[in-house]
Design a protein around this ligand. Structure first.
Ligand code: SF4
Length: 462
């Protein structure tokens, strides 16, 4: 039997419940007969600092967070100097060492001071760039404390860097991080723990930095997540993450990395989903579906299955039949839908390969207002080669449509400025999209670029 510890570094803006990825790895490890603990230092950091407020909660799921959390994130970034651009590995590791040797490191040491048996394996989950220096600092501390433990990194941000990690040994930090896994990894994680327990070779998909090639980790759709610390969350606001599918069945959006990160689309069996639904009912918790895209029929299946016994949220895409489904979804407990609207500008829609009709958008908002389903509309501006004036106008139109339906419609336009992500189709064929890549920084999944005349023509539809 192997003894493993999973670490989650700050900062993720999640206040009301545990994370799904570590819970899946716990489920996988326990299924293999191993011991595993999660030390979610992100949750611990937030819990120690977040004051209970009487703030009205307008949304369920990822956007259900108190305003104070955003300020706390800003403060964390400033104090840890995470806003500084670091263009070399040396700069990143030096900053991490400074964190490890300072007040943050002292806090981490205190938090790791639990459990009597040293772990055989330390897994570190890294979802976003902001976690890199804190994760490296935590790894340095774990290394000092348990020099014999195998350290393995995984998570969405690590997956986004898979080509760079495979091609550059410096990501391993001179033996600091021994293995990396890319993508969903329940089966790979279990196989690693088996290998440690039986002193056998590691699975080939657990690579070393600079190995020269990467392999996608092996997931296990049948795993039921095991949440280790539910009592430490406030019962009234507890939200459980759940997943019903991986990958994206649409998979065409040119700016999006999900299809590449998550792999081919597939559905999880209900035998892995139902226990989480039941757990949420038992705890009176809300459910937040983490699928990158839930199609209409699957949303209806959730509504049937959950039957309004708990509130839930999911992310979907506009289609002509969605407005007609909303009353049914609301009866089934759906409280918040996140829509990847991205843009109403037709030229921009052509560029990103995501056509969505304004008439459907408006019909969807009317149906959501009538059904009492809150809406988060994701919107991107700053797309290359798109007229900025047109973008401003179309964003204003999207906002007006939301405002005009208040107070019946609870909504938010979640605005993001375009970023070129390494694994997005636009980064793989930049010239086609009028982009020229000018800079790549280590540990960053975002590339710097300038615009050029496009190789593909995009015309506005009549
Ligand atoms: S933006 Fe959404 S719909 Fe488009 S490819 Fe990504 S996950 Fe799929």
């Amino acid at each position: 039997v192997a003894n493993a510890l999973l670490l989650v570094p700050p900062f993720l803006k999640i206040a009301y419940g545990p994370l799904l990825g570590p819970a899946m790895l716990v489920g996988a490890a326990l299924g293999g007969g191993h011991d595993v603990q999660v030390n979610d230092l992100n949750a611990a950091w937030i819990r120690e600092r977040l004051e209970v407020t009487s703030e009205v909660r307008r949304f369920v799921g990822d956007h259900d967070r108190p305003a104070a959390l955003t300020n706390m994130h800003r403060e964390f970034v400033a104090n840890a100097h995470l806003h500084v651009t670091r263009d070399t590995h040396e700069a990143v590791f030096t900053a991490a060492k400074r964190l490890a040797d300072g007040a943050f490191g002292a806090w981490v040491c205190e938090k790791l001071d639990c459990g009597s048996r040293p772990p055989d394996v330390v897994g570190v989950s890294v979802m976003y760039r902001d976690q890199v220096e804190p994760a490296l600092a935590m790894t340095m501390i774990a290394r000092r404390r348990w020099p014999g433990a195998l350290v393995v990194w995984g998570g969405a941000h690590v997956t986004a860097l898979r080509d760079e990690i495979a091609g550059d040994g410096r990501y391993g930090g001179d033996g600091l991080i021994e293995r990396f896994v890319f993508g969903y990894a329940e089966q790979t994680w279990r196989a690693m723990l088996d290998a440690v327990a039986h002193r056998e070779p590691f699975p080939s998909e657990a690579i070393r930095a600079g190995d020269g090639r990467w392999l996608r980790a092996v997931g296990d759709l049948s795993v039921v997540p095991v949440f280790h610390d539910l009592p430490s969350y406030a019962k009234a606001s507890l939200t459980l993450p759940v997943q019903s599918s991986r990958g994206c069945t649409y998979g065409a959006c040119a700016y999006c990395t999900y299809p590449n990160i998550e792999g081919d689309p597939c559905e999880l069996p209900w035998s892995a989903i139902d226990p989480v639904i039941e757990l949420a009912i038992e705890h009176g918790a809300a459910l937040s579906f983490k699928d990158s895209l839930v199609e209409g029929k699957r949303l209806e299946a959730f509504a049937e299955r959950i039957g309004g016994r708990v509130q839930w949220s999911a992310c979907t895409k506009l289609d002509a039949r969605l407005p007609g489904r909303l009353s049914h979804l609301a009866v089934g407990g759906c409280k918040t839908l996140e829509i990847g609207l991205e843009t109403l500008d037709l030229a921009a829609q052509g560029l990103i390969k995501k056509r969505q009709s304004e008439a459907t958008w408006l019909a969807f908002l009317d149906a959501a207002a009538a059904a009492g389903v809150a809406v988060i509309a994701n919107y991107i501006t700053g797309l290359p080669g798109i007229d900025r004036g047109d973008e401003i106008q179309s964003r204003a139109a999207a906002e007006r449509a939301l405002m005009a339906r208040r107070p019946a419609l609870v909504s938010k336009l979640e605005h993001n400025t375009f970023q070129l992500e390494r694994l997005a189709p636009m980064a793989r064929e930049p010239a086609r999209f009028g982009l020229h890549i000018t800079e790549r920084s280590p540990w960053s999944s975002v590339l710097k670029s300038t615009t050029r005349p496009r190789l593909i023509q995009i015309r506005k539809r009549a």
